[in-house]
Write a protein that binds this ligand. Structure first.
Ligand SMILES: Cc1cc2nc3c(=O)[nH]c(=O)nc-3n(C[C@H](O)[C@H](O)[C@H](O)COP(=O)(O)OP(=O)(O)OC[C@H]3O[C@@H](n4cnc5c(N)ncnc54)[C@H](O)[C@@H]3O)c2cc1C
Length: 322
C-alpha cells in the first residue's frame, strides 16, 4: 500500500495555487504509483474547497483550531506525522513556499525519512521516483532518489501544472478539532504588503535593475507590471541602493520565482540573479548592451534604452488587452 499526503496551505480562506499544483502532481501518480492520495489542511475556519477544480483527493483531513489561522510549526508537524500509518509507504507533498520550506524538513525529521526540496521535475521509472532540482545557483540540475520508503518532497511553485479538468464528485472531509496544540513556536502576526502581488506567487513578473538609473523611473516598471497583471521584481543592486524593498528581490539571496513570463529590464543577468529566475517559462530582456549576459537566457530580447522602450511596450500591451 502506498499513499500520498498533500499539505494544502491556506491564505485568507483560500487554498494557495502552489498547493493545488502539489495536489495535482500527486494525483497524476494515483493508480500508477499511489493507491490513495489524501490532503491535509490547518485552519480556524475551513477554506473554499471549490477551487480544487477537479483535483479531488480521496479525503481531506481538516485540522481546526483558532491558532491555526497562522503557522504553528510544532502543531502542524505533529498532526501531519500522525497521518502516516504503519506498513504504508507514504510520500508527503508540500509546495516550496516559505512555510513549506520550514515545515517539510520538520515532518521528514519526525518520520526519520528522506527529504527532497525545491523540485522542478519528478520522473517515475520502473516504480521508482527520480527527483530533480536546480543546484549551484541554477548552474546544474541534480537528480536524486530517496532510499527511505517514506519520503517528503517540496515542489517549486509555478513549475508543475494544475489540471483544470479531472475527477468530479463530493469531497470527503474529516474535521478534527485540535485541543491543546503545541504552540511552543508560533507566528504572532503576519503583515501583508499593501495591495502588492508577491513575486514568488505571480505568474507574470516585471523586474528592474540598475539600468533604470534611479527610483524615480521605477514607475515605468510598475506601469508595465500593471498592464500585464503581474508583480514587480528587482535586482539586488536596486534593493541594495534602497530603490525597492527586499521582498521584491529576485535571486540567490532574494526570492526564487518561476513565472510564465519574466521581463528583465536593465538587469545585466549576473549568475546570482539568474539563480532566482532561470526556470521562468518565457524570459524577455530589455538592455542597452547587446552583449549583456541576460540575453543568453532570454527567449526574446530588445536592445535599447529601457526609459524609451518601457512606455511604448506598456502602451502596446494596453492596446492588445483592450
Ligand atoms: C553572494 C551574492 C549574492 C547575490 N544575490 C543576488 C540576488 O539575489 N539577486 C540579484 O539580482 N543579484 C544578486 N547579487 C548581485 C549580482 O552579482 C549583481 O551585482 C546584480 O544582480 C546586478 O544588478 P543589476 O543587473 O541591476 O545591475 P548591473 O549589473 O549594474 O546591470 C545593469 C544593466 O543595465 C543595463 N543598462 C544600463 N542603462 C540602461 C538603459 N538605459 N536601458 C537598458 N539597459 C540599461 C546595463 O547594460 C547593465 O546590463 C549577489 C551577489 C553576491 C556576491
Amino acid at each position: 500500500m502506498k499513499k500520498a499526503i498533500v499539505f494544502l496551505e491556506v491564505r485568507e480562506s483560500r487554498i494557495k495555487k502552489s498547493s493545488l499544483e502539489a495536489l495535482s502532481t500527486a494525483l497524476t501518480y494515483k493508480g500508477n504509483y499511489f493507491d490513495e492520495v489524501h490532503a491535509a489542511v490547518f485552519c480556524d475556519t475551513p477554506p473554499d474547497f471549490s477551487t480544487l477544480e477537479g483535483n479531488i483527493p480521496d479525503s481531506i483531513q481538516v485540522y481546526k483550531n483558532i491558532e491555526f489561522s497562522l503557522y504553528t510549526p510544532q502543531a502542524f508537524k505533529k498532526e501531519l506525522a500522525t497521518l502516516k500509518s504503519d506498513a504504508v509507504e507514504t510520500v508527503y507533498f508540500f509546495s516550496n513556499t516559505a512555510l513549506g520550506k520550514d515545515l517539510a524538513p520538520r515532518v521528514a525529521a519526525a518520520l526519520n525519512c528522506g527529504l527532497a526540496m525545491d523540485l522542478t521535475e519528478i520522473k517515475l521509472e520502473n516504480g521508482n521516483f527520480t527527483f530533480t532540482r536546480p543546484v549551484f545557483a541554477g548552474k546544474a540540475l541534480e537528480d536524486m532518489q530517496l532510499e527511505t520508503s517514506d519520503k517528503v518532497v517540496t515542489l517549486r511553485p509555478n513549475v508543475f501544472p494544475v489540471k483544470t479538468a479531472g475527477a468530479s464528485g463530493e469531497i470527503k472531509l474529516t474535521t478534527t478539532e485540535v485541543s491543546n496544540p503545541d504552540l511552543s513556536i508560533k507566528t504572532s502576526s503576519l503583515k501583508k504588503a499593501e495591495g502588492m502581488l508577491d513575486v514568488s506567487e505571480a505568474s507574470i513578473i516585471v523586474s528592474g535593475g540598475r539600468g533604470l538609473k534611479g527610483p524615480e523611473n521605477y514607475h515605468l516598471i510598475e506601469s508595465l507590471a500593471d498592464a500585464l497583471g503581474g508583480a514587480v521584481g528587482a535586482s539586488r543592486a536596486v534593493v541594495d541602493a534602497g530603490w525597492r524593498p527586499h521582498r521584491e528581490q529576485v535571486g540567490q539571496t532574494g526570492k526564487t520565482v518561476s513565472p510564465s513570463l519574466y521581463v528583465a529590464v536593465g538587469i545585466s543577468g549576473a549568475i546570482q540573479h539568474l539563480a532566482g529566475m532561470s526556470t521562468s517559462k518565457y524570459i524577455v530582456a530589455i538592455n542597452k548592451d547587446k552583449d549583456a549576459p541576460i540575453f543568453q537566457m532570454a527567449d526574446y530580447g530588445i536592445t535599447g534604452d529601457a526609459l524609451e522602450l518601457l512606455p511604448i511596450f506598456t502602451e502596446e500591451v494596453k492596446k492588445i488587452k483592450g
